[in-house]
Design a protein around this ligand. Structure first.
Ligand code: FYN
Ligand code: ADP
Length: 575
């Protein structure tokens, strides 16, 4: 038989149909960890020109897929083996769904007949049933001719409306099923308009405009939905033309430069209770916004309404009223909603009262001044502030770099100290405050943007995905990991009260040299005990674009339990 490459294949199979369906829909990257039954799928995908990025643990591959989805508005694909591999990926899928990131977890699964009769197969598990409650949609394909439909449905479910995670179950037997090549080709679907614009109703726009016009102390809150929407210039115009102060949620930092005159980030605890009308753009009133009520919002008691009226721009019609009354829901995609508002906010738009703006400016300048004083100190050993002062400068001179950030104190201090200058440059623990996103996010961010990635990691947070430094070295990615090493979870000073030899629950090995870890894989490891050493190492990492891990030694007594959210930790509250 003639097997030259230009010989037309007369039959195709499940493997090729999965690959062809993904490619047909513009998906050219898969985050995976090969094994039974998807090893050949990873090989064939690579042979077909896709980038197949393989990790050391599926959760990290899943997190990579999720953040690729956030950055590109295309579903990130995570491909795993069955049962345990699937379960490892599922954590990332659930997290993606919680964060409204589009992602598809594709897992191979064991033989249906045996699984359904519970006869004890290799990696036996009813994966579809387990995935269903944890994601936006879940599908299984049993016949090769349905692969096209399965992938099309998965793509639509992931990116349309409120984005989220989708599970696609592909039983092992499916891959080897053959089909006439033409029939196979015709069964594939190129999804047309997978995330259709959703235009807000004119009366909803008018209602929002009327409410906003009545405001004496208006505030705009930008959430990561606003970052996802890629409506950057309209959002900026809305804010600048209206003159309304804005507060960026963590991953919305940089949508406008954090140094923007109208940013109220440094006056958060002043603007939330004082505002009378709040426009939420792609931000939910969940725990991160104290559910829109209570003391944070000027309410008299913990669950009391503060009196604010809300305009909520969101693509999900079910989001409004989930915590407090929303007077003007504006349902649609953020691009369409913001441009509709922008049409009303023309040159005659009344600027917010100057008393409001000057009161904010006063608080803000005071906080920024205080921060400046703290950052100017140079204690020995380094603390979070003196180390972050360096990171702050590095991001300022490299505004295109992507900052990945996880931890407790390492997260909270970085969020308020390191200014971001461009949209979608700050990737962090998100809605759940989850640890373990670090290295997966780094890998995907470097690959899909081509930019330098800088990760600021708590020493505890890093541990969840640390083995992926091998992946970072293997793909030779421009990732500079800075570990804030204070010898433990929160800090390193806890001791075992019994006097026995077991270390305290929150304590790690003192003086650990994380920098040695990356050297095992050919990366650059640096031990930095001073801000100057940290600065040199970061500058060199950026110059060389080499995989780099900097062990930044932080005072082990620096840091508070649970960072800024100590109040959520019952035992810590008692202390
Ligand atoms: C902010 N601030 C600043 C600046 N930016 N001061 C000076 N300069 C600048 N640039 C001030 C801001 O006004 C606040 O002061 C304070 O810094 C903290 O700001 P932040 O972080 O925005 O506010 P806060 O109250 O911490 O926000 C609540 C939160 C946040 C829930 C949104 O804590 C958060 O995102 N947490 C995620 C935590 C998490 O997931 N952790 C992982 C799990 S750890 P005041 O106005 O004076 O208050 C497990 O243990
Ligand atoms: P943050 O944590 O930054 O406050 P959230 O994750 O709570 O942000 O909120 C994001 C919101 O944005 C979700 O309610 C989601 O439905 C919404 N959203 C996501 N993408 C879009 C879009 N393109 N158009 C409108 N709303 C969107």
């Amino acid at each position: 038989m003639d097997m030259t490459t230009d010989t037309k294949l007369e039959v195709t199979d499940g493997f090729h149909l999965v690959i062809d369906a993904l490619k047909l829909n513009g998906i050219d990257m898969i985050f995976s960890l090969p094994g039974i039954p998807i090893t050949d799928l990873t090989r064939m995908a690579q042979a077909a020109g896709m980038r197949v990025i393989c990790f050391r643990h599926e959760q990290n591959a899943g997190n990579a897929a999720a953040i690729a989805g956030f950055l590109t508005q295309k579903p990130g694909i995570c491909l795993t083996v069955s049962a345990p591999g699937f379960l490892n990926g599922l954590t990332a899928l659930a997290n993606a769904t919680t964060n409204c990131f589009p992602m598809i977890l594709i897992s191979g699964s064991s033989e249906r007949e045996i699984v359904d009769l519970q006869q004890g197969d290799y990696e036996e598990m009813d994966q579809l049933a387990i995935a269903k409650p944890l994601c936006k949609a879940a599908f299984r394909v049993l016949h090769a001719e349905d692969i096209g439909v399965g992938i099309a449905r998965a793509i639509r479910a992931a990116v349309s409306g409120r984005p989220g995670g989708v599970y696609l179950d592909l039983p092992a037997k499916l891959f080897a099923q053959t089909l006439d090549a033409d029939t196979g080709k015709n069964s594939l679907i190129k999804v047309v308009d997978p995330a259709p614009r959703q235009i807000p109703a004119p009366e909803a726009v008018q209602r929002a405009v009327d409410l906003l016009k009545s405001a004496k102390r208006p505030l705009i809150v930008l959430g990561k939905g606003a970052a996802y929407a890629q409506a950057d210039s309209d959002i900026r115009s809305l804010i600048e033309r209206s003159g309304i102060p804005y507060l960026p949620m963590s991953m919305a930092k940089g949508l406008l430069p954090d140094t923007h005159e109208q940013s109220a980030a440094a006056a958060r605890s002043y603007v939330l209770p004082e505002a009378d009308v709040v426009v939420l753009i792609g931000a939910r009133l969940n725990w991160l916004l104290s559910h829109g009520k209570g003391k944070t919002w000027g309410g008299k008691e913990s669950k009391a309404w503060g009196g604010q009226k809300f305009i909520q721009i969101d693509i999900s019609p079910q989001e409004p009223d989930s915590n407090v009354r929303i007077d003007a829901p504006l349902i649609g995609d953020i691009g369409s909603c913001v441009s509709a508002l922008l049409a009303a906010v023309n040159t005659n738009w009344p600027k917010p009262p100057s008393e409001w703006l000057s009161a904010i400016a006063e608080r803000k300048n005071k906080n920024i001044g205080k921060m400046g004083e703290t950052l100017a100190k140079n204690p020995t050993p380094m603390n979070f502030h003196s180390a972050l002062n360096v990171v702050r400068d590095i991001i300022k001179t490299n505004p295109d770099a992507i900052l990945v950030n996880e931890g407790a104190n390492a997260l909270d201090f970085t969020r308020s100290i390191v200014d971001m200058y461009k949209p979608r440059k700050r990737l962090d623990v998100g809605t759940w405050g989850i640890m373990g996103i670090g290295m997966g996010y780094c890998v995907a961010a470097a690959l899909v943007t081509g930019e330098q990635v800088i990760a600021v990691e708590g020493d505890s947070a890093f541990g969840f995905s640390g083995m992926e430094v091998e992946t970072i070295c293997r793909y030779d990615l421009p990732v500079c990991i800075v570990i804030f090493n204070n010898n433990g979870v929160y800090k390193g000073t806890d001791a075992n009260p019994t006097g026995k030899s077991d270390p305290a629950p929150t304590a790690f090995i003192k003086g650990a040299r994380y920098d040695k870890l990356i050297e095992a894989f050919g990366g650059v490891g640096v031990h930095a005990a001073t801000p100057a050493e940290l600065r040199n190492a970061m500058e060199e990492a950026i110059r060389s674009r080499k995989p780099t891990l900097i062990n930044a030694v932080i005072d082990e007594s620096a840091g508070t339990e649970s960072g800024r959210i100590t109040s959520l930790n019952p035992s810590a509250k008692k202390k």
